[in-house]
Write a protein that binds this ligand. Structure first.
Ligand SMILES: C[S@@+](CC[C@H](N)C(=O)[O-])C[C@H]1O[C@@H](n2cnc3c(N)ncnc32)[C@H](O)[C@@H]1O
Length: 208
């Protein structure tokens, strides 16, 4: 049977297999090429330290959680969540569900218990339809919810990292972050594909 494949999905597959970060992640046993984005962000900004409590939103298949669990070490905690299932990782507590549902937020809060977080990281992105008028608001909605959650769970002085797509709502979002963090800036890791509109916004020193 012939399987129809569009030009763009063919190009994506080709790029994917040629991609140095895909190759490197396989060699190093990382679950996704996304691991390198967090490693790069962390190298520049020293976000993750041993002993931290960290929340990872949009965590599957687990590339960021894997790095985070290694860096927080045995005295730290990583609570991760995704709408998709994720294979277990040592040192990671996982909550599966749709983050837009209040019950999922509550389950993450329950898992954290009394503990506040030092760092909330969100790499969440909706399934892209290719129609910007649909994708951009859907992506903005997820990062808005991530910011709301960060405001609920972060310790004073804590940090926040979120993947945000440049486009409608981006400037307003960055301004909203500025109302809760002393310093807000963006990063585009080398491992983030140049043609992707994704950037990572970083909020430092949470002020409740
Ligand atoms: C770019 S991937 C994350 C990759 C991950 N950081 C890693 O390092 O392996 C984006 C994730 O966002 C998740 N996602 C999208 N919509 C979601 C939602 N409504 N609730 C929870 N997760 C969602 C997707 O399932 C997907 O796993």
């Amino acid at each position: 049977m012939l399987v129809a494949r569009s030009k763009s999905s063919g190009r994506w597959l080709q790029e994917h297999f040629d991609d140095q970060y895909v190759k490197k992640s396989r060699e190093l046993g990382y679950r996704s090429r996304a691991s390198f984005k967090l490693l790069e962000l962390n190298e520049k900004d020293k976000l993750i330290r041993p002993g931290m409590t960290l929340v990872d939103l949009g965590a599957a298949p687990g590339g960021w959680s894997q790095i985070a669990a290694e860096l927080v070490g045995d005295h730290g905690r990583v609570v991760s969540s995704d709408i998709l299932p994720m294979d277990p990782l040592p040192g990671v507590q996982f909550v599966q569900g749709d983050f837009t549902e209040e019950s999922v937020l509550n389950e993450i809060l329950q898992t954290l218990g009394d503990q506040l977080a030092d760092l909330v990281i969100s790499d969440m992105a909706p399934n892209m339809s290719g129609m910007n008028a649909v994708d951009q608001p859907a992506a903005m909605y997820l990062v808005e919810l991530a910011l709301d959650m960060a405001r609920q769970v972060l310790k004073p002085g804590g940090d926040f990292v979120a993947k945000v797509f440049q486009g409608e709502g981006f400037d307003e979002y960055m301004n909203d972050m500025r109302s809760s963090f002393t310093k807000v800036y963006s990063r585009k890791p080398d491992s983030s594909r140049a043609r992707s509109r994704e950037v990572y916004l970083i909020g430092r020193n949470f002020r409740p």
